[in-house]
Design a protein around this ligand. Structure first.
Ligand code: ADP
Length: 384
């Protein structure tokens, strides 16, 4: 594998924080990044070679992107699989993961069916379109249960908890479209595995434990505070999931650990994942560097944990949009083992992901101590 000058160029559909951190990781490998994103000055634009300002499904713009790069990838699930596929075939520029994977993942019902067909453990689910079908599904799966829009949901938007049959009409109206009902998993904890599919190798990062509030990820604690048997099972399930995925790249695999110590797959993201941001400081290779290596078909890096690590999202506060001005950053910068990540979004909006803070253990801190110290640190941060 010769090192070339100029090095290869990676075209990324999406230029949010994931594209930004991908470009930051690609730089040291000599890989340039060009992103396509509809928002001028998107978060990635400050750290990548160029940005094409266009919609994610603008086929002409995707073709223009392909003509400027050696490999295509995407950092958002909204990327248009048909456009990516057509452009990749017409130009001969490979796209990883394969756009077919996006298609598999796009519809939560198809995704769950594909997993279940392979014998991968998932919560019980039923397809539902009408209130009558929903009532039948509640009779079978019990209540409470979670009604999920099949497409378009993220950060819990599109999910409607259903407490009883009586709520069926309102719940169907609320999801407004084809949906699936899922048994309510009374989980012990949520965990995730960031898994990587390389050219002829795979890798998994240590299992992270994820704390959600209002269905939005707040914190990831690594290693997850599960038993060794559960950690092994999570890794094994993640490897089975990778078998199903077509194309190289990083996949974020969200899992439930049930009270009985069983692992169930919640959902898969065919891209670097918020619950893998800890890898930037906490692992020998970050998920973003792995994604660049994998997409290019280069050898993968080691995924060992450097030391216990916690990362916590900085979410927008208040009720309205305003220019993003954060105070209290000095506390993070002056804390040993703490790292600040600011995504460069101009506007803060309620619960918008604006950045994150990571802390790696520098002494013998336990994950519990690290978590509480990180919470204290992030509590110092505030938006004007
Ligand atoms: P999104 O695609 O919007 O991120 P998810 O389906 O991952 O939505 O759900 C978001 C969160 O909602 C999960 O992290 C979990 O906390 C909760 N959740 C989702 N499905 C279930 C379920 N079947 N049982 C219990 N909680 C669930």
């Amino acid at each position: 594998m010769p090192t070339t000058l100029p090095g290869p160029t990676l075209g990324v559909v999406g230029g949010g924080q994931l594209g930004r951190m991908l470009a930051e990781a690609a730089g040291p490998l000599g890989v340039d990044v060009v992103v396509l994103d509809p928002t001028p000055d998107c978060p990635a634009s400050a750290v990548c070679r160029d940005q094409l300002v266009a919609d994610f499904d603008d086929q002409e713009a995707i073709r223009e992107l392909a003509e400027r790069v050696d490999f295509l990838t995407f950092e958002i699930e909204l990327a248009d699989q048909t456009a990516l596929n057509e452009v990749s075939e017409a130009t001969g520029v490979p796209c990883h993961p394969d756009p077919a994977t996006l298609e598999l993942i796009h519809d939560k019902l198809h995704q769950k069916r594909a997993l279940a067909d392979e014998g991968i453990p998932v919560p019980e689910f039923r397809a539902v379109e009408t209130a009558d079908e929903l009532r039948d599904a509640i009779d079978e799966l019990g209540a409470p249960a979670m009604l999920k829009a099949r497409t378009g949901g993220y950060d819990g938007r599109g999910n409607v908890p259903v407490e009883s049959r009586e709520e069926a009409d309102a719940a169907i109206d609320a999801v407004a479209g084809p949906a699936m009902l899922e048994e309510f998993v009374d989980y012990e904890r949520e965990v995730s595995v960031i898994a990587v599919k390389g050219d002829d190798e795979v890798a998994t990062f240590p299992v992270g434990e994820n704390v959600h509030e209002e269905e939005i990820l707040r914190e990831t604690v690594v290693p997850a505070r599960s038993s060794d048997a559960v950690l092994e099972e999570a890794k094994a399930v993640a490897e089975d999931v990778l078998d199903l995925m077509v194309g190289r790249g990083v996949y974020g695999i969200e899992l439930f650990e049930t009270r009985e110590g069983e692992i169930l797959v919640n959902e898969i993201a065919p891209r670097p994942h918020n619950s893998g941001h800890w890898t930037i400081e906490g692992s020998l290779t970050s998920q973003f560097e792995q994604h660049a290596r994998a997409v290019l078909g280069w050898p993968l890096g080691a995924t060992d944990l450097r030391s216990p690590t916690v990362s916590k999202n900085i979410l927008g506060s208040g009720d309205e949009s305003r220019p993003a001005e954060l105070t209290g950053v000095d506390a993070v910068l002056s804390t040993r083992g703490a790292a600040m990540h600011w995504y460069g979004k101009r506007e803060v909006r309620p619960l918008r992901k604006m950045g994150h803070v990571t802390r790696v253990a520098t002494d013998d801190e336990s994950t519990d101590e690290l978590l509480s110290a990180t919470r204290d640190l992030v509590a110092e941060l505030d938006f004007e």
